[in-house]
Design a protein around this ligand. Structure first.
Ligand code: ATP
Length: 334
């Protein structure tokens, strides 16, 4: 999904995101359990003057994993080095990063499940003993030279915790599972961001954006920016009417469904009599990749109770029928 409701950041968005990131745990909205767990870990480490355990942040995109890694570094008052799994294609790439770390530094590895296998094995020893074995030479003459590292804290982020090999998962002292945000929490995210952007948005406007943001702060901030654009260009106040007009322009409906979500739901209801229908048949019928439907559209429709997955295929729920404006079978007419 590439539209306004994509949970992934577009490259041009990163500057805006930086400006809206909370920089302390107390500014970080929602995820109260994770905040308390992380707060305790960091306070204890600071009191002991020791690096905290390695931290794994697991959860869907756009919920604040990168932001939390920055907060960990700033709460510990240590520098942060950021890299990502896809950037570590060889053990040597990782050795270069690890050997440059300063004592106590926080190393953030985004998408850690996509790191090369050889690097993963090097990381086990580095996480456990702050050491790596560097291979020098080739073939029969190759020898391994141990290299001491400065103690560091690894913060790994993954959208697919299940893909991490057990030995790697076990070496994290703490795993935070980030959950989708409630509408109230998203309203706080929007209110805070509107304040930072100097955009006067009414309380109803805040709630309206929150409701359409699919439980994801990144989407909330993006919709807020579109509403702000709309108000500027059309010289309208930041009220519910502006939110509705701006988001209608971007095809985002009152529940946060976009054009593709609605097409998928409508296809299940109208072309397949509510299902069950298989993923590939559904994908062909809306002219979209099966992967996009499975990874982006379906989880949201399932989470909002509009669609269910059964062993025989996807089935629209009663709510799903109602959402596309068709009476479900067995419902009284008129
Ligand atoms: P990805 O996995 O795609 O990198 P992510 O989980 O790392 O996503 P972030 O980049 O940390 O997500 O957050 C996306 C945006 O949402 C940022 O602009 C950030 O400021 C905002 N954000 C995330 N969580 C919160 C929060 N709890 N409170 C306020 N803003 C938040």
């Amino acid at each position: 999904m590439t539209g306004e409701l994509s949970p992934q950041a577009s490259p041009s968005e990163q500057g805006y995101e930086g400006a809206l990131r909370p920089s302390t745990l107390s500014e970080f909205v929602g995820q109260s359990k994770v905040r308390r767990q992380l707060g305790l870990l960091l306070d204890a480490a600071t009191m002991r003057q020791h690096t905290p355990d390695h931290i794994l942040l697991a959860g869907p995109p756009g919920l604040g994993k990168t932001t939390l890694s920055m907060i960990v570094a700033s709460e510990l008052d240590k520098p942060l080095h950021q890299t990502s799994g896809p950037a570590i294609q060889h053990a040597g790439d990782l050795a270069a990063v690890l050997s440059a770390l300063t004592p106590g530094e926080v190393l953030f590895v985004d998408e850690i499940h996509r790191m090369a296998r050889s690097a993963e094995e090097m990381l086990y020893l580095a996480m456990e003993d702050f050491k790596v074995d560097i291979m020098v030479g080739k073939g029969a003459g190759a020898t391994s030279v141990p290299l001491e590292l400065a103690p560091f804290t690894l913060v790994g982020a993954t959208t697919r915790a299940g893909l991490l090999p057990n030995p790697l998962r076990d070496r994290f002292g703490f795993t935070a599972h980030l959950e989708f945000y409630s509408d109230d929490e998203l309203a706080s995210v929007v209110r805070r961001a509107a304040g930072l952007l100097g955009f006067a948005l009414s309380e109803q406007g805040v709630d309206e954006i929150a409701r359409r943001s699919r439980g994801t702060p990144r989407i909330a901030n993006r919709l807020l920016r579109r509403v702000r654009d709309y108000s500027l260009v059309h010289e309208t106040p930041g009220d519910t009417a502006s939110v509705q007009a701006a988001l209608a322009l971007y095809d985002v409906d009152q529940h946060g469904l976009d054009r593709l979500d609605r097409e998928v739901l409508r296809a299940v209801v109208e072309r397949f009599s509510g299902g069950p229908v298989g993923l590939s048949t559904l994908a062909v019928s809306v002219g979209e990749e099966a992967e996009t439907i499975e990874a982006v559209v379906e989880p949201f429709l399932v989470r909002t109770g509009l669609l269910t997955r059964t062993p025989r295929g996807r089935v629209a729920t009663r709510l799903g029928w109602e959402h596309v404006g068709v009476a479900p079978p067995g419902a009284p007419n008129g």
